[in-house]
Design a protein around this ligand. Structure first.
Ligand SMILES: Nc1nc2c(c(=O)[nH]1)N[C@H]1C(S)=C(S)[C@@H](COP(=O)(O)OP(=O)(O)OC[C@H]3O[C@@H](n4cnc5c(=O)[nH]c(N)nc54)[C@H](O)[C@@H]3O)O[C@H]1N2
Ligand SMILES: Nc1nc2c(c(=O)[nH]1)N[C@H]1C(S)=C(S)[C@@H](COP(=O)(O)OP(=O)(O)OC[C@H]3O[C@@H](n4cnc5c(=O)[nH]c(N)nc54)[C@H](O)[C@@H]3O)O[C@H]1N2
Ligand SMILES: [Mo]
Length: 768
């Protein structure tokens, strides 16, 4: 039997701290995810649903963007994938009656866990100006209300259109068409807070803002460096690929301030080897680096390789460097002159230790570097990733088997959304193709990214905020500032599956448009519809849900946007020419448009038939073709940067527990790290606890300090418990989104604008 929704928020006084795990997955994971699934949807629906995840002609897992292998297991089992599915396929419902029982003010007192746990949204709702409660509204009136508000804007740049990475290619493509049809590029997305630094660095140096490896490359690499990533929790299916790589003889180096269980050891529940024989050791070398020290580590590797090349040529792949790269000399001079003492200070590692890592790189014939948020959410992230690229270029590790860059993407279709046009800085070529296809004039002025959007809201310049999924309020930095900004708008619109805090901190008016999710059957125009997604490695495939939708008459994202666009553009000059009604009822017609606008989607419909997957073209991977400013892969010379931690302060990284998907909190445990029944903890080195005059278990406030233009700014997050943990001195960790309130809006990465969620200067204050 499914369990009822909780009636109270997380009670942090129940929190317990147990032992940290030394390995990931295994049978406990299966049991844990089954329990969550059964709580949400009962036994029968759990079995029915979980068997369909990532199967050919089934639905794409709404969890992470890690690719499927061609031979899919029967129920390729992933604990956190199962939780993502259960969260969506829950039988709990949030119906109009729920909203008449709870005022918006009351709902705003709850945390994201409580809100999400209440169940699936099923009816369009509106909050009228001055009203205390949302009330139900018909689909037609809801969409007409939003359309009227959009049509009434004096300037389309007064609206902001956010996208989260679960949106399908079809819905995202229509959404960007709607937005550009209105006349703005104000399209901040979750990517701005996520892999934007990767896109910036890779676009500049390799000419494509994506990874250059396939899943087979991972299996065949001789050396895998996994930096700033916690795959055991966030990409559990990646562990299967790493296991395979190990079996093929690969070496794995994990670079992380924390000894994450999933990096160390993997117990595969799909194999007898995992269940009975204790699994596979993963990391051959765990490099416990200081927060933000990665640029220094990669400069050290480059420096060492170049020194060895001097001693005996052959380390550097000269023919590759000469034929395919630019900037080698400047790079060599730059890393040649960085003092080892600086590299040691930045990383907390000795020169010998770093040379040891570099020797493994030297010995490898094919190297892949994988990374996620630990590398992208720092002030100097773009520079760090340029240095990662340079190290790979030295040995010709781009565009051949078992080698390359692997930014491991987050949301299941975040990469696809960008491919089909969700971007505040669209390339001209994309806009030209869009104009030709739909006979209108796209706006050329770049739009707001996430940080700029928040500033526009604060300044009262943003009148309307619409979100295609996500939880803008809780995912963005500086929660208090965003809250104030959201409240200043005239209308907020959420197209979503579940309640979250962005639905209860609203503009003067607010509209909720509930949508079908990946697992739901979507029947339109007489046929079941499928949508398509692109995984982290540029492979596109279809996804089709089978479950009965939460409520009769509910619409998909694609249908909602098509219908809204029809209303917005009715009788309008300079609007995209499209058969909105036709698109709403047959998504293959959306795909047909995509195939004519976005390169690489030719014969789209055919290539996704029968569960087939196709790879989008990738110049560096396929042909060592680099569309950069120099026409070659670029070495770059970057000044060394790393965070400076003032006396008596800590550097805080904000990360995910094992029981959450971003701001969606599945449960209250972080099993691998030994945290149970609560979330307000700070993981901190024992000696730092002592030095600050505290004891383990003490409750403190975290106060962030930011040297802003108007002097020292402070932000506070209250009541966190100190937990002694194996982390470098003065490097602490705590969960997002509870700590987002501490991240200053002005603290973002150079070039990419990504908030610095992995480097917040804080002090601890005793609770009075
Ligand atoms: N179950 C589950 N799956 C998810 C998500 C989820 O929330 N839950 N989120 C999805 C999304 S959108 C994303 S982007 C990904 C996120 O996947 P991850 O990037 O793995 O997520 P984080 O929890 O932010 O973990 C950051 C990791 O980097 C390390 N780290 C932090 N700072 C540094 C640093 O300066 N240097 C180095 N070398 N390491 C550092 C941390 O110790 C931690 O291990 O996962 C996706 N998949
Ligand atoms: N401090 C700190 N902040 C961070 C990060 C960090 O590491 N530290 N990580 C950043 C990263 S990497 C990311 S990607 C962002 C994530 O930011 P977002 O993508 O904005 O946040 P999510 O929590 O993934 O969004 C969850 C909501 O999406 C809606 N939803 C779920 N499924 C669907 C669907 O199929 N369709 C629609 N329309 N809606 C759906 C539900 O209403 C759910 O509540 O957060 C960023 N913020
Ligand atoms: Mo992300």
């Amino acid at each position: 039997m499914a369990k009822k929704a909780p009636t109270a928020d997380i009670d942090e006084s129940m929190l317990t701290v147990g032992e940290r795990k030394r390995e990931a997955v295994g049978v406990p994971a299966v049991l844990n995810s089954l329990k969550i699934a059964v709580d949400q949807m009962g036994v029968r629906r759990s079995a029915e649903t979980l068997l369909r995840v990532n199967q050919k002609d089934g639905f794409d897992c709404p969890g992470c963007a890690w690719p499927e292998t061609d031979k899919r297991h029967v129920a390729e089992f992933c604990e956190n994938g199962a939780k993502a599915v259960a969260e969506e396929a829950t039988i709990r419902r949030v119906e109009p009656e729920f909203f008449s029982r709870h005022s918006v003010a009351e709902l705003a007192e709850h945390d994201d866990w409580w809100l999400g746990q209440q169940g699936r949204l099923s009816d369009p709702m509106i909050l009228d100006e001055g009203a205390t409660h949302y009330r139900p509204i018909s689909w037609h009136d809801a969409l007409q209300t939003v359309a009227d508000e959009l049509r009434a804007l004096d300037d389309p740049n007064e609206a902001i259109f956010y996208t989260s990475g679960r949106a399908s290619n079809e819905s995202a493509f229509l959404y960007q068409l709607l937005v550009r049809g209105l006349g703005t590029n104000n399209m901040p997305d979750c990517s701005n807070m996520c892999h934007e630094s990767s896109g910036s660095a890779l676009g500049e140096t390799l000419g494509i803002g994506k990874g250059t490896v396939s899943i087979e490359d991972i299996h065949r690499a001789e050396l895998l460096i996994i930096a700033g990533q916690n795959p055991g929790t966030n990409h559990p299916r990646m562990l299967t690929a790493l296991e395979k790589a190990k079996q093929n003889g690969a070496t794995i180096i994990a670079v992380n301030p924390l000894p994450e269980a999933g990096l160390m050891h993997f117990n595969n529940p799909q194999t007898p080897r995992g269940v009975v024989f204790g699994g596979t050791k993963l990391a051959d070398d765990f490099v416990q680096i200081r927060l933000g020290g990665d640029q220094a580590l990669f400069q050290a590797i480059g420096k060492h390789l170049l020194e060895k090349e001097q001693e005996s040529p052959g380390v550097v792949d000269r023919s590759f460097v000469d034929a395919h790269t630019s900037g080698f000399d400047d790079y060599a001079t730059a890393v040649g002159s960085v003092p080892w003492a600086d590299l040691e200070e930045a990383t907390g590692l000795s020169e010998d230790r770093m040379r040891g890592v570099a020797e493994r790189v030297r010995a490898s014939g094919s190297t892949i570097v994988c990374w996620a948020m630990g590398l992208t959410q720092h002030k100097h992230s773009v520079a760090t990733l340029r240095d990662v690229v340079s190290v790979l270029l030295l040995q010709g590790n781009i565009g051949r088997e078992g080698a390359g860059v692997c930014p491991v993407r987050g949301h299941s279709n975040v990469q696809g959304d960008r491919t089909v046009g969700i971007y505040e800085k669209p390339p001209e070529s994309f806009l030209d193709a869009l104009n030709a296809e739909f006979a209108f004039a796209s706006p050329r002025e770049h739009g707001h990214d996430t940080v700029a959007a928040i500033r526009a809201m604060q300044a009262g310049e943003a009148k309307l905020f619409m979100a295609l999924g996500g939880n803008f309020l809780s995912a963005t930095p500086d929660t208090a500032a965003v809250e104030e900004g959201m409240r200043r708008t005239r209308m907020t619109v959420q197209i979503s599956t579940k309640l979250n805090r962005s639905h209860v901190v609203t503009g003067a008016r607010a509209v909720i448009l509930p949508v079908l999710g990946r697992t739901d059957r979507d029947t339109r125009g007489g046929g079941d519809q499928r949508v398509t997604v692109e995984d982290s490695m540029g492979a596109v495939h279809a996804s089709r849900g089978r479950l009965a939708p939460p409520k009769e008459g509910m619409l998909s994202e694609t249908a909602i946007i098509a219908r809204l666009a029809g209303l917005v553009f009715a009788g309008r000059e300079n609007a995209p020419r499209a058969d909105w009604n036709g698109l709403e009822n047959d998504y293959s017609r959306v795909r047909h448009h995509i195939s004519r606008v976005v390169p690489g989607f030719e014969d789209y419909e055919k290539r996704i038939e029968k569960g087939r997957t196709f790879y989008l073209p990738n110049g560096p991977r396929d042909a060592r073709e680099f569309r950069t400013a120099t026409g070659k892969a670029m070495f770059t010379a970057n000044a060394l940067e790393y965070p400076h931690i003032p006396e008596g302060r800590l550097l805080l990284q904000t990360l995910r527990s094992h029981d959450q998907f971003n701001t969606t909190i599945y449960g209250k445990d972080d099993r691998y790290r030994g945290i149970h029944n609560g979330r307000r903890v700070v993981l901190i080195n024992t000696e730092d606890i002592a030095e600050a005059g505290f004891s383990e278990g003490d409750i403190v406030d975290l106060v962030s300090e930011w040297d802003g233009p108007a002097g020292l700014e402070e932000r506070r997050a209250e009541e966190f418990r100190l937990v002694a943990y194996d982390t470098p001195r003065r490097n602490a960790a705590a969960y997002y989104p509870e700590t987002n309130v501490l991240v200053p809006l002005e603290s973002f990465a150079d070039v990419s604008g990504t908030p610095t969620s992995k480097a917040v200067v804080v002090r601890l204050e005793r609770r009075a």
